[in-house]
Structure formats: structure tokens, C-alpha cells
Design a protein around this ligand. Structure first.
Ligand code: PLP
Length: 467
């Protein structure tokens, strides 16, 4: 009997975490710096300060175990969408035939933010710092449009100009997100665009170029260098973005504690650049590293069409296609790699957060891959049983949670499974339509293609021994 709570576990506004959890001091192997592509040496702080909000640069390398969340931000979160709810997936459990209380599935619902995903957690934060530091404009790239929407919302809030370079394929296929960004007063360009040198280069090759996240990053970076009043904003991959997302995992931990659950057995998230997954798992992996809960299993789910962790190589690579930005040590499929346009646009990035890469190399987290048809099928099951249409990205986590629950059932195990519902799928209905009409196809990325992209990487010599 579920008489002690109704499956939706809430926190009070004053229970929003007071600090972000920084995993850097706990990493088993040291964090590598961002490398300047001009000389193969670490990006000097002056250069980083010129690109990103200063506070974010300091957070990027901070060794403090926690970093205080400014009160103004906590207040803003409290009056808008945080703390986000934790739900027990009772409908899904029933559908899977999980009798009794042996296997419990919980999900943290980040789809309740104004733009429908976890992205505003860092977008609002970056806009807040930028405004405080006298910046007038933030510029960024976006794939499917969720990050661009988040940043447009954040900038509108703090009266900053917002410019977004949006991957052309999505710009055309997903007009909804583009319109949403424009309602929030953002200027949105299809990338490659004629507004930057990098964009023009790709347009010359092919005037109908589909674009990629890597190309859009190059354009946004170039744009940001035009003035010191313009800063560049990133929605994933870098340490400070993952840090801002740790509100998610801390809240989930408190919510589970409220109903007497000390820890989940399995923590699951989908991985694009790694930010929502990290936001949920970092507080738990910290417990795992420090021996508080050494046996928590942590699993990141990737698309088979873009498996940066599962099939990529851990090496130095450019974060962007035109090689304008810093070189990063991470799991990568190669910066020249342009993934097939699967519907989970937010998971189509060639690289992976260095933090996630390091945790994976040290076997503290695991990774898995799924095809988009099985993912969308899981998304539909979730809609039928829980009522929320998930983003195709989030449906990767749902698919993995279902698989883990069924495995535990078969083995007659007791498990608490926690996954992140990173966003809703209201702007991704085409994926669902294609599934229902039998037009959704699966893509597996051939190993030869990955090897080709990796072999073509050229960069300055980097002396690895210094880190
Ligand atoms: C952007 C996005 C992702 C992927 O990005 P991460 O940095 O890996 O979290 C996943 N889900 C949703 C809903 C997104 O908007």
C-alpha cells in the first residue's frame, strides 16, 4: 500500500541546496586543463576571462569541495521552478509487473522549468554572473534548441542581449524552438551562417550545409571575440556547467531521504555533453569515491548513433569543428565527425565532459548505448504510464531504467532505481510521429568512420607530462 506518500515527493522552497557540489577535489586522476590551440599550452586565465564570465572561469578550476549558490539565485529558483519534484514511477512500475516494493523506480523531473529542461539551472546562473560583471551580450550555439531556449530565457531575465547560432538542420526541422527563443528576445541565426568567417567557409563548400554543433560553437566563439562586452556561454561539457547542475542530485538525495531511502542502488541519466547526468550523479559519485556508499551503480546512456564514451577514444581534441576553441582531453569521436540527425539532437555532440570521461576511465561510472526506435518506444510507454511525453534525450535514460528494472526483476533483486527526466518532448513530436507511422530508422555508427575521424585530427604538440 502506498498510503504514506502519493508518489510525488516535494521539498520546500527554503530547502533548495545552499551550495553546488564540486567533484574536482575528489577525482581519482587529475583534471586536465583546456589547451590553447595557438601554442599547445594551457589557456592562460586572461584568455579564459575574455571568453567566459569571470566567476565561471574561477569555478572551472576551483578545488573547493562546495561552492556557495548566491542567495539571489536561490530566491529566484524558489519563486519559479525549484526544487523540482521527485516522482515515484508507480504507473511504469505497474506496467513492468514490479509487484510489491522490491523494485522502486524514481525520476527527478527537470521538465518543469519554464523552457522544459534542466538547461536553465546553468543558463540563469551564467546570465546572473554576466550581468553582475557588466557584460551586455551572451552568445552561444544550440543544436535542437533546448540550450538556446534556456539561455534566451536567462538573458531575458537579466536584460542581456542573447545571440544564438542554431544548427541549420534543427533551425529548419524544429521551428518551434526557434520561435520560442525569439519570443524571449534572442537573435537566432541558422548555422553555418554568413555572419562569421567560420560560417562562411562552410557555406562556400555547401550553401545548404546541415550544420553541426561543432560548427555552431565555432561561430559563437568567433562572435564573442568581437567585443569585451560580449561573453560566450556554454550549455554542457565544461566543469562549471556540470557544477551548476548538481542542484539536481542534491535535491533528489534529500527527497529520497524524506521517504526513508538512504541511497539509490542505480543512478541513470542520458549523456550528450554530460551535464544533466552529472548534475544528478555527482553528489552520489562523491559518496561512492569517499566510501560512504561504495556500491552505488551509476550508468550514462548514449545514442548508438553518437556514442562518445562507449566508442570514442580518450584523447586531446577540439571542442568545435572549425578549431577556434580550446583543445580538451575527453572521450571523443573526433571534431570532424558530424553525427546522423537522430531525434535526440541534444545528444549529438562528438565529445564528452572531461569530468565524465575521467570518472568513466576510473570505473566509477558505466555507460551504455541504445537505438532511437527502442528509445522512443520507451518514451511512449512512459507517456502511457506516467503521463509525461519525455524529450527523446531523456527517453534514453527511461529505456535504461526499464532495462535495469526488468533485469532486477528477473534476478529477484531488491533495487531502488533513480533516473533523470532531463526534459519534456513537446517540441519533439516529430520523433513520436515518425515512430508511430513506422518511419523511424536506427543508425549504428561504423567503427571505420570513427577511426577515420579520429585519424584526421591534427593539432599542436601537447606535453602530457606536465599535467
Ligand atoms: C541538452 C539536453 C540533453 C543533453 O545534454 P547534457 O549536457 O548531456 O545533459 C539531454 N536532455 C535534454 C532534455 C536536453 O535539453
Amino acid at each position: 500500500m502506498m498510503d504514506y506518500y502519493n508518489g510525488r515527493i516535494l521539498l520546500q522552497p527554503n530547502e533548495i541546496p545552499k551550495e553546488w557540489v564540486n567533484i574536482l577535489p575528489d577525482l581519482p586522476s587529475s583534471m586536465t586543463p583546456l589547451i590553447n590551440p595557438m601554442d599547445g599550452k594551457p589557456v592562460p586565465p586572461e584568455m579564459a576571462f575574455a571568453i567566459f564570465p569571470k566567476e565561471c572561469v574561477l569555478q572551472e578550476v576551483s578545488q573547493e569541495p562546495t561552492i556557495p549558490i548566491p542567495n539571489e539565485l536561490r530566491e529566484f529558483f524558489a519563486k519559479t521552478y525549484r526544487p523540482s519534484p521527485l516522482h515515484r514511477a508507480l504507473g511504469l512500475e505497474k506496467d513492468l509487473g514490479l509487484e510489491g516494493d522490491k523494485i522502486k523506480i524514481f525520476y527527478k523531473n527537470e521538465s518543469v522549468s519554464p523552457t522544459g529542461s534542466h538547461k536553465p539551472n546553468t543558463a540563469i546562473t551564467q546570465a546572473f554572473y554576466a550581468k553582475k560583471e557588466g557584460t551586455e551580450e551572451l552568445v552561444t550555439e544550440t543544436g535542437a534548441g533546448q540550450w538556446g531556449s534556456g539561455l534566451a530565457y536567462g538573458c531575458n531575465l537579466y536584460e542581456l542581449k542573447c545571440t544564438v547560432y542554431m544548427v541549420r538542420a534543427s533551425f529548419i526541422q524544429k521551428p518551434g524552438r526557434k520561435i520560442l527563443m525569439r519570443i524571449y528576445n534572442a537573435e537566432v541565426h541558422a548555422s553555418p551562417s554568413k555572419f562569421t568567417e567560420s560560417g562562411r567557409k562552410f557555406l562556400e563548400e555547401d550553401p545548404e550545409h546541415d550544420g553541426s554543433l561543432g560548427i555552431a560553437i565555432s561561430e559563437a566563439l568567433e562572435h564573442s571575440m568581437r567585443s569585451d562586452k560580449i561573453k560566450y556561454s556554454l550549455g554542457s561539457v565544461v566543469n562549471f556547467v556540470l557544477l551548476h547542475q548538481t542542484i539536481i542530485g542534491q535535491e533528489a538525495k534529500m527527497q529520497l531521504a524524506k521517504i526513508g531511502i538512504e541511497k539509490p542502488d542505480i543512478v541513470i541519466g542520458c549523456m550528450g555533453g554530460g551535464s544533466n547526468f552529472s548534475g544528478l550523479m555527482i553528489p552520489f559519485v562523491k559518496d561512492k569515491i569517499n566510501g560512504v556508499h561504495p556500491d552505488i551503480e551509476i550508468i550514462g546512456a548514449e545514442p548508438r548513433a553518437c556514442p562518445s564514451i562507449c566508442k570514442g577514444e580518450y584523447r586531446w581534441d577540439y571542442g568545435d569543428t572549425a578549431m577556434k576553441g580550446p583543445i580538451v582531453k575527453m572521450h571523443t569521436l573526433g571534431h570532424t565527425f558530424i553525427p546522423t540527425p537522430i531525434h535526440a539532437g541534444g545528444l549529438r555532440y562528438h565529445g564528452m565532459a572531461p569530468i565524465v570521461s575521467i570518472l568513466y576511465n576510473n570505473k566509477l561510472i558505466k555507460a551504455t548505448m541504445h537505438h532511437q526506435t527502442e528509445v522512443i518506444r520507451a518514451g511512449i510507454k512512459f507517456t502511457h504510464t506516467e503521463g509525461i511525453i519525455p524529450a527523446p534525450e531523456s527517453a534514453h535514460a527511461i529505456k535504461e531504467a526499464i532495462d535495469q528494472a526488468l533485469k532486477a526483476k528477473e534476478n529477484n533483486e531488491k533495487k531502488v532505481i533513480l533516473f533523470n527526466l532531463s526534459g519534456h518532448g513537446f517540441f519533439d513530436l516529430l520523433a513520436y510521429k515518425e515512430y508511430m507511422t513506422g518511419n523511424l530508422v536506427d543508425y549504428e555508427l561504423p567503427t571505420e568512420e570513427i577511426q577515420k575521424a579520429l585519424a584526421s585530427i591534427e593539432m599542436p604538440k601537447i606535453d602530457d607530462t606536465q599535467f
